[in-house]
Design a binder for this molecule. Structure first.
Ligand code: PAF
Length: 254
């Protein structure tokens, strides 16, 4: 039977009771979709105990409206996780997660100010700080992250290496709808027409011959482009559609 832990002290007792069983964790902000389900599935297959965290982390939102609008679907999320056979859900509150406010944080001092780091100041620091906290609480053998948030995945992997954390970070492929749209918690904020159009983000990233062409094509089809950039053999984009910020990335053709 799946158990839900809201208090950190109770969770720590439960974690201590797991003994030497292998533990996997999937950190999430809720509003779960099939992308999360694939992470959970892999986590279940590779570990004796599968833990999911649900915490909408305020420190990674640079725009308070974005935080206010972020979808919260706790009852639905718990029903899905029960169906998926998750053992434990840790869903703490912000007061317990940040007992000293946001006084202590993890920063990458000379980090390349590119993409999300440039366009969402404080985002990566907020993510690193909360992931450090969640990994310390879960004390998992493995933690599962999607490649859709590639820069986040890369930063978290570096942080784990840098601080000698013992959790192995497992990268999992982006899950897409039949139209190619990357699954995202934000997709539920789009209208049916917006959902259809949003798939163009993936098509353009795949088909354009340069970042500049991709930007032009996206703008021509009604997206407001934050960036299209190429790094690490991949092409990345963030663009707004119907006021919703979508991100995606694809490997560059060799
Ligand atoms: O990818 C997310 O949902 C969040 O950034 C994460 C990793 C759960 C940290 O809040």
């Amino acid at each position: 039977m799946m158990r839900v832990w809201n208090g950190i002290a109770e969770w720590r007792q439960r974690r201590a009771s797991m003994g030497s069983a292998s533990v996997g964790v999937v950190p999430t902000m809720g509003a779960l979709h099939s992308g999360h389900a694939s992470l959970v599935d892999r986590c279940r297959r590779e570990n004796e105990i599968a833990v999911v965290t649900i915490f909408v982390n305020p420190t990674q939102f640079n725009d308070p409206t974005d935080l206010d609008r972020y979808p919260q679907t706790m009852e639905q999320d718990l029903a899905l996780l029960r169906e998926l056979g998750v053992d434990d859900v840790l869903a703490p509150n912000a007061r317990e997660m940040y007992p000293h406010g946001y006084r202590y944080r993890v920063e990458a001092k000379d980090a390349e100010r590119i993409m999300e780091a440039k366009h969402r100041p404080g985002f990566l620091e907020g993510v690193m700080t909360v992931v450090m906290k969640l990994l310390n609480l879960a004390r998992a053998d493995r933690a599962y992250f999607g490649e859709k948030d590639f820069q986040q995945l890369r930063t978290v992997s570096e942080m784990v290496e840098e601080f000698f954390l013992t959790t192995e970070i497992i990268a999992c492929p982006t899950v897409r709808t039949a139209s190619g749209l990357a699954e995202s918690s934000r997709n539920c904020l789009l209208s049916p027409a917006g959902l259809e159009k949003a798939a163009e983000l993936y098509r353009v990233l795949m088909q354009a011959d340069s970042a500049a062409t991709a930007t032009g094509w996206l703008e021509a089809s009604g997206f407001r482009v934050d960036y299209v950039e190429e790094h690490w053999g991949r092409r990345f984009a963030a663009a707004f559609l119907e006021g919703v910020r979508l991100i995606d990335n694809v490997p560059l053709a060799k």
